[in-house]
Design a protein around this ligand. Structure first.
Ligand SMILES: C[S@@+](CC[C@H](N)C(=O)[O-])C[C@H]1O[C@@H](n2cnc3c(N)ncnc32)[C@H](O)[C@@H]1O
Length: 237
């Protein structure tokens, strides 16, 4: 199952399983200083955490474009006359033509771009859309101890890799936050991973591997590391 199939399959459960992503979206929107925009685009919008926080923080806009590859996610995103929903794939360079006509006052993307298959291309194309950017990326230190226990490699990028590629196209300021999500059993923890989309559709653990995690996992929480970025585009000429 790929990342999109995974998100689409559990789109109806996303709201109840995205506790950390909700906190991340809230923090990212709280970082926004300027409060009046003509157009905003939210890349990998999911079920609308960014939009809901924008409304809560009384940030004004004339148009709010929400872009996601999962139709199921776009369907459950709030709708209004100011919201334009676009089916969009940040892994496909041609997809940027569907959103690239406008120049946006602000690009925001929370908990999505760590799934880019070609981060450099994705970041380069996004940098052409605006001059103001807010990003939150989950890093490879997410599920650090779980990966160590199972000897599996994180499917997402290191903080250093993300920063290095951002530096090619943006002037950025960075902040790293660590989160913990408590569980009363390792079984519930594994169920959460399956249903939240955070595993990115990577191969399922075998019965033997699950048994090993249940026996050996030393924590009663999951670890998450998030890189918050506030950026402007570098002059590419
Ligand atoms: C963890 S959710 C985050 C959703 C929302 N931004 C939030 O903060 O709650 C990641 C989102 O990225 C979307 N996504 C994953 N790969 C994508 C791609 N290649 N192009 C566009 N969206 C993608 C998923 O469908 C999902 O809605």
């Amino acid at each position: 199952m790929n990342v999109i199939e995974q998100f689409s399959r559990f789109a109806n459960l996303y709201e109840t399983h995205n506790i950390i992503q909700s906190q991340v979206a809230k923090k990212l929107v709280d970082m926004i200083e300027y409060r009046d925009y003509k157009s905003i685009i939210d890349i990998g919008c999911g079920s609308g955490s960014i939009y809901k926080n924008i409304i809560k923080n009384s940030i004004k806009f004339k148009e709010f474009v929400v872009a996601d590859l999962s139709t199921e996610m776009l369907e459950i995103h709030p709708s209004s006359s100011k919201i334009k929903k676009v089916s969009f794939d940040f892994n496909n360079i041609n997809s940027f033509e569907d959103i690239g006509d406008d120049n946006y006052d602000m690009v925001i993307s929370s908990s999505a771009l760590q799934w880019s298959q070609d981060l450099d291309m994705t970041l380069k194309e996004i940098s052409k859309l605006s001059d103001k950017f807010y990003f939150a990326f989950f890093t490879s230190n997410t599920f650090k101890t779980l990966h160590k226990t199972t000897r599996l490699k994180s499917p997402i990028y290191t903080k250093e890799f993300i920063e290095e590629h951002l530096n090619n196209y943006y002037n950025s300021s960075f902040e790293v936050m660590n989160y913990q999500l408590d569980f009363d059993s390792v079984y519930n923890m594994l169920r959460y991973i399956k249903q939240s989309g955070v595993s990115g559709g990577r191969k399922q653990l075998s019965y033997k591997e699950i048994k090993k995690v249940i026996e050996d996992y030393p924590l009663d929480y999951l670890e998450f590391e998030v890189l918050f970025v506030k950026a402007t585009a570098k002059d590419q000429s």
